[in-house]
Ligand binder design. Structure first.
Ligand SMILES: [Zn+2]
Length: 330
């Protein structure tokens, strides 16, 4: 489905995905004299590919016409089809360095993530039978994307001409380590990808360390910094990666920060009562958490534990390979 945006040469295209999040919105910049540019592609499924091809046709183009693909972050629902589109068109791929490994070496990056998450869930105290189930479920993501070479690395502050306007690249890590938003100051438009969504609080999922680094990024802390950054900007409309356009960016950011503050408080209350593992905290917060939600629940708790630890309120100790959290002794 094609949706209008405030700019005549920028179209929003809603594409189906097989994921619980529902459709993904990609953007097509089609100003004369510029390479035809797709911002995100949708996942690698036949249904998505058919929908994208027919939307392009409606706008007078074919997949072979695509000259550039800008990937906002390396999640399957946003870049899965990129390699196939490049094969069809020879398009240049632009993305942030934080996505480089996941895009160019998707399969081995997935293997590495798999091991990292297995270890993370073990340290969190998740029982073996649930960990085995989670491992099998997440392995199935691989068919929704293929590795794609990145031709141009985008950095914060870079300017990309799209749809007849100059867009600033904003590096806003959190939801994904390499996530970028695009800002167009004249019309005060923000392409916010999954950084800010109207209906869903975008989960800043725990991720492995970036190449060359030892520590994993503190995803939720980074996410909150990135939220504050865009809340301080003058944005008339944010065009997101899923769901409706956002008009009150600062208000939505306040709402998201308040949500995390309350959750932080609940986790603090659990740890204050007694020392516990990450998994015990996840169960206290999400008692009905099914095995499929395990990873997201643990990731959510870890994000908040990071914040409490950074504030010096709690400390962790490894006991028999499992992290136990307690109130920090000051
Ligand atoms: Zn995402």
């Amino acid at each position: 489905m094609i949706l209008e945006t405030p700019l005549p040469h920028l179209s929003a295209i809603e594409l189906p995905t097989p994921f619980p999040v529902g459709p993904v919105t990609v953007y097509l910049a089609h100003a004369p004299g510029e390479p035809l540019t797709l911002i995100d592609t949708g996942p690698r499924t036949t249904e998505t590919e058919v929908a994208l091809t027919s939307a392009l046709a409606e706008l007078g183009h074919t997949p072979a016409d695509v000259g550039q693909i800008l990937i906002t972050h390396a999640h399957e629902d946003h870049f899965g089809l990129a390699a196939d589109l490049v094969a069809a068109s020879g398009a240049q791929v632009l993305s942030h360095g934080g996505n480089h490994m996941a895009l160019e070496q998707y399969e081995s990056d997935q293997e590495q993530r798999h091991r990292f998450y297995a270890d993370l869930l073990q340290k969190a105290g998740v029982p073996l039978e649930i960990r085995t189930f989670v491992g099998q479920a997440t392995g199935g993501m691989r068919r929704f994307a293929r590795s794609v070479a990145v031709d141009v690395i985008l950095n914060d502050g870079d300017v990309v001409p799209l749809a007849g306007h100059d867009w600033q690249v904003l590096y806003t890590p959190g939801h994904a380590t390499g996530l970028v938003c695009l800002y167009e100051p004249r019309n005060r438009l923000l392409i916010s990808s999954d950084h800010l969504l109207a209906d869903i609080s975008s989960n800043p999922v725990v991720e492995p360390p970036l190449p060359g680094q030892r520590e994993r990024p503190r995803s939720l802390a980074l996410y909150q910094q990135s939220l504050l950054r865009i809340a301080a900007m003058d944005v008339a409309q944010a065009l997101p990666g899923h769901g409706p356009v956002i008009r009150d960016v600062a208000g939505l950011v306040r709402q998201r920060l308040e949500f995390h503050r309350k959750r932080l408080d609940r986790i603090w209350q659990v740890v204050r009562r007694k020392a516990c593992t990450t998994w015990e905290i996840a169960l206290a917060l999400f008692p009905d958490c099914g095995p499929l939600d395990t990873f997201l629940a643990v990731s959510e708790v870890i994000g908040h534990l990071d914040l409490l630890e950074m504030e010096g309120r709690i400390s962790g100790e490894m006991i028999d390979g499992v992290q136990t959290w307690r109130v920090a002794q000051r």
